[in-house]
Design a protein around this ligand. Structure first.
Ligand SMILES: C[S@@+](CC[C@H](N)C(=O)[O-])C[C@H]1O[C@@H](n2cnc3c(N)ncnc32)[C@H](O)[C@@H]1O
Length: 269
């Protein structure tokens, strides 16, 4: 099976190196983890190769871990156009990035890697997204939820999704990857890998709450999202589904108004 690094060639290797080296400001584990993850988990390459991140987006990255996405985008901005994978569109330049991360060590790693002022503002909040997302007052254009929702229980998953979608400006986008609990042994394998990574990164494991992909789709559609799915290679994260959702304009306007009302600025629609 062809890996993304084969087709992206030297420019892909340079991107991985550029993003990973930023973690020297954190610790050696963070550097190695970044290198390993960016190479072996194709989602970051797919996001760029398929233009899944809108240009000029205000990004809200929930459960951002050590902030790989932000560092990947910074590396992309530095690499383009001189050293850029063939066939990839120009990388997006975000307007801003806000990462929310529960695990203090990971939030610290993300902060260290993003400490030097870049071309766009980047902030990391160490907080429990179940409470913190409801407190995000600014609108965003892209909500990112990569491999996060299964760490919280079912009612919290629904509440967090609602809070996250409320932050989206009209036309805003959701980039979400979740496990597909109906994927049999691949789902069980994925969960086992997850526990190991969780233990390595945070020194703890917690129960995982997974749903079949069909249930995730129904949940998001019920919240006013139009969905499409982006195929992932089967070798990596075989039981996972990458969904790109767009919020219907009316749903977005209602959510925005509720948010402002919650912040005391506006009455709900
Ligand atoms: C598998 S990692 C994915 C990290 C990142 N999204 C990425 O793709 O590199 C899941 C992350 O979600 C974080 N997380 C889990 N529950 C959370 C919560 N309630 N609030 C904020 N972050 C949470 C974990 O600490 C972990 O860093």
């Amino acid at each position: 099976m062809t890996r993304w690094t084969d087709t992206a060639g030297q420019a892909g290797e340079a991107l991985i190196a550029r993003a990973s080296v930023r973690y020297r400001a954190a610790d050696p584990f963070a550097v190695h983890f970044a290198r390993f993850k960016l190479r072996n988990d194709p989602v970051f390459a797919i996001a760029l190769a398929q233009g899944l991140i809108p240009d000029g987006a205000r990004i809200l990255d929930i459960g951002c871990g050590q902030g790989l996405l932000a560092n990947w985008l910074l590396a992309a901005g530095q690499s383009h156009p001189e050293n850029w994978p063939p066939g990839w569109p120009a990388p997006p330049v975000p307007r801003s990035y806000l990462g929310i991360e529960l695990t203090p060590a990971d939030a610290e790693r993300a902060r260290a890697a993003l400490a030097e002022p870049g071309p766009w503002p980047a902030e990391i909040r160490q907080a429990d997204a179940r409470a913190a997302v409801a407190e995000v007052a600014a609108a965003c254009d892209l909500v990112v939820l990569l491999d996060v929702l299964h760490y919280i229980d079912r009612p919290a998953q629904e509440a967090l999704l609602r809070d996250a979608l409320r932050c989206l400006a009209p036309g805003g986008r959701l980039l979400m990857r979740v496990g597909d609990a109906s994927a049999g042994w691949r789902a069980r394998y994925s969960r086992a890998v997850d526990r190991v990574v969780q233990w390595l990164r945070a020194g703890r494991t917690s129960p995982l709450t997974c749903r079949p992909a069909g249930e995730w789709r129904a949940l998001l559609r019920g919240m006013g999202m139009t969905l499409r799915e982006v195929p992932l290679p089967r070798d990596a994260h075989g039981a996972n589904v990458l969904m790109v959702g767009t919020l219907d304009t009316q749903a977005a306007q209602t959510g925005q108004a509720e948010n402002l009302a919650a912040a005391g600025e506006l009455e709900p629609l």
